[in-house]
Each structure stands twice: as C-alpha cells, then as structure tokens.
Design a protein around this ligand. Structure first.
Ligand code: ADP
Length: 372
C-alpha cells in the first residue's frame, strides 16, 4: 500500500519509525525540506499542506492518507475521499475539530461534558460578555501550543482577547489535566490507552512532564474513559484520537479538546505500551487487527525544550549523563536550530515506582539543556 502523511514534524517522524516494521510505501508532504520527518519516508514531496492543489496532487494515486497536524486543506481531502482515497481520520472529523468553534459546538450538540461557552466574532462582541468572566478566550483557527489561548480574568484583560471568531469558555478550576488516546478501526472496533496526566510549565505554557497511567480514583477514571470513547464514537471515524480532559475541583470531568491524530501525550507508548500509538495507526490504515494498548510499565515523559536566551545551531548539554541512566529513552527530533521553548525532543522514563519516575523526570529536566 502507498500511504501519505501530511506534515513532517516530530509526530510524522515517529509515525515513520513505526512504519518501518510493515510493508508500506510511505509518502510525506511538508514545505520545509529539512523537517524532522523528511529523511525517513520513501517519497518526500515539497508542498504546502494548506494548499488545495498541492494536497490533491499529493493524495491522488495514494491508497490512504493521514495527518500529523490538523491545519491541512480539508476541501482537498474531501475530494480525495470522494474519489476513493481512504483518509484517517475522515475529513468530516478533521473539519469539526480543526476549528475550536465547531469543535465546541460538536460537544454541546452531543451533550459531551465541556466547559460552558459563548462564541464571539470579534473584540467588539467579546466586550459584551464581561459577565461571563473569568474565562478563557480561544481563537477558532490557527492557535497551537497555548498560542491562541488567552486567560481573561476580569474586564481589564479584555484587550488580550482575539479580534477573530473565537470561543469564550468558562475558566475551569483545574485539579488535573488528562489525555486519553482512543483508536478506532474501519469496523468501528476501538481500543483505549490508559490516561496520561499532564503537568504544565507556567512559563512556556507547554507540557512540563507527564505521567502515565495517571493515578486516579476509579470513578474519575471511568468517567474520563466513557467521555473519551463517546467523543470518538460521535466523530464516527476510523483513526487515532487524543482527547484532552480537565478534572475540576468537584471531580467533574470535562473535555478540553480533541486531536484527530497521533499526539504528544502518547510519546511514551513507544516504549511503555505493547502497541504504540504510532503502531496502532498503521494497523488501522493497513487493515490489520488492532494492537494491545495496555501498559508494560508506568512511564514519564520529559519534553526537551530549547533553553531561554539561546537561538541558533542546537547543542545538547547533559546528554551523556542522561543516556547513562537506566530505563531512560532519549528521542531527539533532528531539528538543527533551537530557539527558546522549541520542542527539540523528549525523554521517556520507565519504572514500576512512580516516585522513581518523578525523581528522574526532574533530574533530566535540569540536566539536559538545549543551547546554541
Ligand atoms: P492548545 O490547543 O493551544 O494546546 P488548549 O485549549 O489546550 O490550547 O489550552 C492550553 C492550556 O490552557 C490548557 O492545557 C489549560 O492548562 C489551559 N486552559 C484551557 N482552557 C481552559 C479553561 N477553560 N479553564 C482553565 N484553563 C484552561
């Protein structure tokens, strides 16, 4: 089979690493010829994944297509789908999720628990909703990694909102942030990975480290799993999905957002689970039986981010010390240039004791630095 990937970042890179276990001809399109995934695919196409003609020309003649980022040209994917190319997930699911406005309306329509919200078209309209504060303003399209998200605590913050179609969402008193990956095949059979708990860095608003399986009271676990499975059932599409959830102070579980693709919260599944999220997606696209998502051992993920104040050719400090540690797996994404906060790699730690995971996660965070 000939299968294409739109987007060539680290997720595409790890997806291609897993493809090497199967008989599949891989194609990849991305506009940066030096992107992390460019040198691992069989056929690289230089092109803009947001451009109709480029995506259509790339997909024509392939058996199937998937995405590693949702900012793709969905019109072209719909045309390809109508001409028989299998798209994972379905373009309709990508369309719903791609825009935070339609994504939130989807949860409301299907009565899937999510923070209460109103839609705002511009700043003038936002100004009418002071009674809704404290809230979080999220731009409909184009935001990623916390950019396009603005916390509005009171009227004085209104100027930090977006002058574009956006969601104004009630601020949640977050106790925990979880992510659950659900995979569904073309027959509607699905498997669910154990939840990961995400801990954020307040400075970069990026993931600091993550533990999986999250330690949760059974009732919260069941609620979270049921919600994640419902999201995927209602999206009604084969593919692999990551559902980000909040647990609030009252132990209510709310959907934050869904990613219709392999996800940062599942990096650890490469070493820590019998079938990784990447392996699982290939199984789905190749029509093979679903894999086993169960954990082999608990895991932590530490992101390797570009250090503050350093921009330029990346240099890794502390790498040898980290590589000497037991049950620690280093993944560098092959990005030549670092800049403050850029995702340059991640480290997965395995151990049966959670105290060992957090100890090593903190140690690695301080040891391993990306400078220029
Ligand atoms: P992105 O798509 O850029 O990752 P998210 O919607 O996941 O943006 O928001 C980024 C972070 O902002 C979340 O992980 C969470 O910590 C915080 N956040 C988002 N929505 C809310 C909310 N309704 N209440 C409180 N905090 C929120």
């Amino acid at each position: 089979m000939k299968i294409g990937i739109l987007g060539g970042g680290q997720l595409g890179r790890m997806l291609l690493q897993a493809a090497a276990n199967y008989v599949v001809e891989t194609h990849l399109m991305e506009k940066d010829p030096d992107c992390p995934a460019a040198h691992l695919c069989h056929h690289f196409t230089l092109g803009d994944i947001q451009d109709f003609d480029a995506v259509y020309a790339f997909g024509k003649g392939l058996d199937a297509l998937t995405i590693e980022i949702e900012s793709v040209n969905v019109d072209a994917l719909e045309k390809l789908e109508s001409e028989g190319v299998k798209i994972y997930p379905k373009p309709s699911a990508i369309r719903t999720i791609k825009n935070k406005v339609t994504q939130k309306e989807f949860y409301r329509h299907h009565q899937i628990p999510t923070a209460d919200f109103v839609i705002t078209e511009n700043l003038a309209e936002l100004a009418k909703h002071t009674a809704f504060l404290p809230a979080v303003h999220k731009i409909g399209q184009g935001g990623y990694d916390g950019k396009g998200v603005s916390v509005l605590n009171d009227e004085r913050d209104m100027g930090n909102g977006f002058d574009a179609p956006a969601v104004l969402e009630k601020k949640v008193s977050i106790k925990k942030e979880l992510a659950i990956i659900v995979a569904m095949n073309a027959f509607g059979e699905s498997v669910i990975y154990p939840p990961a708990e995400m801990i954020f860095d307040p400075v970069w608003n990026l993931l600091d480290y993550q533990i999986s399986p999250a330690i949760l009271p059974e009732k919260i676990l069941w609620k979270a799993e049921a919600i994640a499975q419902r999201v995927v059932r209602e999206l009604n599409s084969p593919g692999l999905f990551a559902i980000e959830l909040f647990v609030d102070e009252n132990e209510e579980v709310l959907v934050n957002e869904t990613a219709p693709r392999v996800h940062n919260s599942g990096h650890h599944t490469i070493e820590a689970n019998y079938s990784s999220q990447y392996d699982m997606l290939w199984r789905i696209m190749l029509g093979y039986p679903l894999g086993n998502p169960d954990p082999i051992l608990p895991a932590a993920i530490v992101n390797i981010l570009g250090a503050a104040d350093f921009s330029g050719d990346a240099r890794y400090e502390g790498l040898l010390e980290v590589l000497q540690m037991d049950n620690v797996f280093v993944h560098l994404y092959g990005k030549k240039k670092t800049k403050p906060g850029r995702k340059m790699g991640h480290v997965t730690i395995l151990h049966k004791e959670y105290t060992d995971l957090t100890y090593k996660a903190n140690k690695i965070k301080h040891l391993l630095q990306v400078k220029a």
